[in-house]
Design a protein around this ligand. Structure first.
Ligand code: NDP
Length: 285
């Protein structure tokens, strides 16, 4: 039976460490790190993600600045707000919750955030840094996957990692992180043939597909580390991953559950990125 790796517990331990770091800053009378979060419109899912991010900041003692804009805001107004945040000396990290309402250009928004404050790691400069194996900001969910592997005691070097999914948000950056960590990486997607045959050769299997319970035992090599990024809601309203947990547990060596797996790690990595941005900015002064 697989060992179940609770992202929620790892996230708690990492947040505790961050809280201690922030508390020390406060005791030394230093400036407190700050994350600015822009939300445009009232998409309920986005609103709940943004609230979760604010709460997480609050829990570890870092400041958050929530900027909630009407869905009717113009592109130029939004860009102006980002320019102010880029220049604001108190702001370390900036993120704009995606997707944006129709009519707004998210690519332009992403490019307008200073790469030094781009804690989501979506700016092309940070994307390039990841692909050049240079230090920059890496998207939070892929970073969380790497932390989970670390927690499992798995060094990707020399291992065969199969990533199912190639999005810019998850699949592509996690594949690159694994390659940078010297794994042999196979990326699969919707046109991949014989997916189960390929996936079942993986020592490390990352599922980032968005298809409820698609990955059954047949896709898993005996003893593999399985990280389930997927978040899907069943017709009954239950949250499930891309991996069929019960079936996968019979083959995997390690597995992350949904919920309480990758999800809590994503926000934790956002906090890590904000602290990293803070440290880098403080060092420069
Ligand atoms: P996307 O829809 O952008 O990408 C899905 C990927 O899966 C695509 O590359 C697609 O291939 C591939 N795919 C779709 N169907 C199949 C199939 N039948 N066989 C093989 N590959 C397939 O999703 P995201 O990358 O944004 O997210 C993936 C999942 O992770 C979602 O469930 C999302 O909710 C979840 N997620 C979870 C987060 C967390 O914090 N836990 C954060 C972000 C996402 P193709 O490129 O060919 O279309």
């Amino acid at each position: 039976m697989a060992e179940i790796i609770m992202g929620s517990e790892l996230a708690k331990a990492l947040r505790q460490k961050m809280a201690e770091e922030v508390s020390e800053l406060k005791q030394c009378g230093k400036r407190i790190p700050m994350l600015a979060v822009i939300l445009v419109g009232n998409n309920p899912a986005s609103l709940s993600y943004v609230k979760g991010k604010e709460k997480a900041c609050h829990e570890i003692g870092i400041a958050s600045k929530m900027i909630h804009l009407e869905a009717t805001v113009s592109q130029s107004e939004l860009m102006q707000i980002i320019r102010h945040l880029n220049e604001d000396p108190d702001v370390d990290g900036i993120l704009c919750q995606l997707p944006l309402p129709e009519g707004l250009n998210s690519e332009e928004v992403i490019r307008s955030i200073s790469p030094k404050k781009d804690v989501d790691g979506f700016h092309p400069i940070n994307v390039a840094k990841l692909y050049m194996n240079e230090d920059g900001f890496v998207p939070c969910t892929p970073l969380g996957c790497m932390e989970l592997l670390h927690r499992m005691g798995i060094d990707p070097q020399g291992k065969h990692a199969v990533v199912i999914g190639r999005s810019n948000l998850v699949g592509a950056p996690v594949a690159r992180l694994l390659l940078n960590a010297n794994a042999t990486v196979t990326i699969c997607h919707s046109r991949t043939q014989e997916l189960a045959k390929i996936a079942s050769q993986a020592d490390i299997l990352i599922a980032a597909v968005g298809r409820a319970k698609m990955i059954t035992a047949e896709y898993i090599k005996e003893g593999a580390a399985v990280i389930d990024v997927g978040i899907n809601r069943t017709q009954e309203g239950k949250l499930v991953g891309d991996v069929d947990f019960e079936s996968a547990c019979t083959k995997a060596g390690w597995i992350t559950p949904v919920p309480k797996g990758v999800g809590p790690m994503t926000i934790t990595m956002l906090l890590e990125n904000t602290l990293k941005a803070y440290r880098q900015r403080e060092e420069k002064q």
